[in-house]
Design a protein around this ligand. Structure first.
Ligand code: PBG
Length: 326
């Protein structure tokens, strides 16, 4: 009987061997923790489809950021739920908008954490689209100015990095130019470069109250069937001055993360989105899977695919497991 000279099982014998040759190691250094800011005081409203996540007023937000910092998480990503929405997304760029207030308070109370702001209009528009709507369509170029103004207002409030997610053509260039003009030439941009029109954003839209009121986002977010196009999208953002490029969602798009890793030498972020979080939570709740193991396996796969940064609602839970040595 023939035996191969090389037997892969020799190095899987016990945990010490496995540990010694393990290729991918997840670290808390890779995590970005997304949070939802809302107006008011002492508000901590659970998001039913995302267990353990809340819409929080700024007072609670500060406590949550401090907890993340204590766990070693280097950065948070802020989303805002405005007091009122309108056609022109005023709440997005107001000096006392919710994100602007949240950033100021966090930078004041927990200075040593990177505060990244999501730059988009869908939470702030009455129609729920990510840009300005003209004649029933999202007008690309009219949206750029508002998006750039929003990014500058975040920078003025003290944000450490802005993350444009509206998928408007030219948004990274427009923001770069506006930031430079306002004196923020050292503020980096993390671009949602390959962002797909995905149903995995479902729970987020409950969290951020940002579901489109008519139609869908397919005229600006990418078609899930396209891979080559992701490379074109990322190339454009790189040319326009992106400092970090992003693929979103993560798990259904691991091949895109891998391709991006091979074709670009910029840091790559992957967004482990709300639906990816919720499906693991749901299966765990039903007793169908071990939720913690599924979480760690999913996060490891995102890093193995090539992501440097993982934006995830699991950040604090995973950080605790890593701290205790899994
Ligand atoms: C804003 C935005 C969305 C997400 C991040 N930024 C929603 C969307 O595009 O509809 C989704 C994040 C998640 O699902 O966790 N445009």
């Amino acid at each position: 009987m023939y035996f191969p000279a090389y037997r892969p099982r020799r190095l899987r014998k016990n945990e010490n061997f496995r540990r010694m040759i393990r290729e991918t190691k997840l670290s808390v250094d890779n995590f970005v923790y997304p949070l939802f800011a809302t107006f008011g005081k002492d508000v901590k409203k659970p998001i039913s489809s995302m267990p353990g996540n809340f819409q929080m007023s700024v007072d609670h937000l500060v406590i949550e950021v401090q907890k993340a910092k204590d766990l070693g998480i280097p950065a948070v990503l802020l989303f805002g739920i405005p007091e009122k929405k309108d056609e022109v997304a005023s709440g997005a760029f107001m000096k006392d908008g919710i994100v602007q207030q949240a950033v100021r308070r966090i930078k004041d109370k927990v200075p040593d954490v990177i505060v990244i702001t999501d730059v988009c209009l869908c939470e702030y528009t009455s129609h729920g689209h990510c840009g300005m709507v003209e004649k029933g369509e999202v007008d690309n170029d009219a949206s750029l100015e508002v998006i750039a103004e929003t990014a500058v207002s975040h920078a003025k409030s003290g944000a450490d990095m802005v993350a444009p997610s509206a998928m408007m053509d030219g948004q990274v260039g427009a923001i770069r130019e506006a930031l430079d003009e306002a004196g923020f030439e050292n503020l980096p941009i993390m671009a949602y470069s390959a962002k797909y029109a995905s149903c995995f954003y479902g729970p987020f839209r409950e969290a951020a109250e940002s579901a489109p009121q008519f139609g869908d986002r397919k005229a600006y977010q990418m078609d899930p069937a396209n891979g080559d196009e992701a490379i074109r999208e990322i190339s454009l953002d790189v040319e326009e001055g992106a400092d970090i490029i992003m693929v979103k969602p993560a798990l259904p798009y691991l091949d895109i993360i891998r391709r991006a890793r091979e074709e670009f030498d910029l840091p790559i972020a992957a967004y482990n989105v709300s639906g990816e979080f919720s499906m693991i939570k749901a299966a765990a709740k039903l007793g169908w899977m071990d939720g913690e193991k599924a979480m760690m396996e999913a996060l490891t796969s995102i890093k193995r695919a090539g992501a440097d940064i993982i934006i995830t609602y699991f950040a604090t839970e995973a950080a605790k497991i890593l701290r205790n040595g899994k």
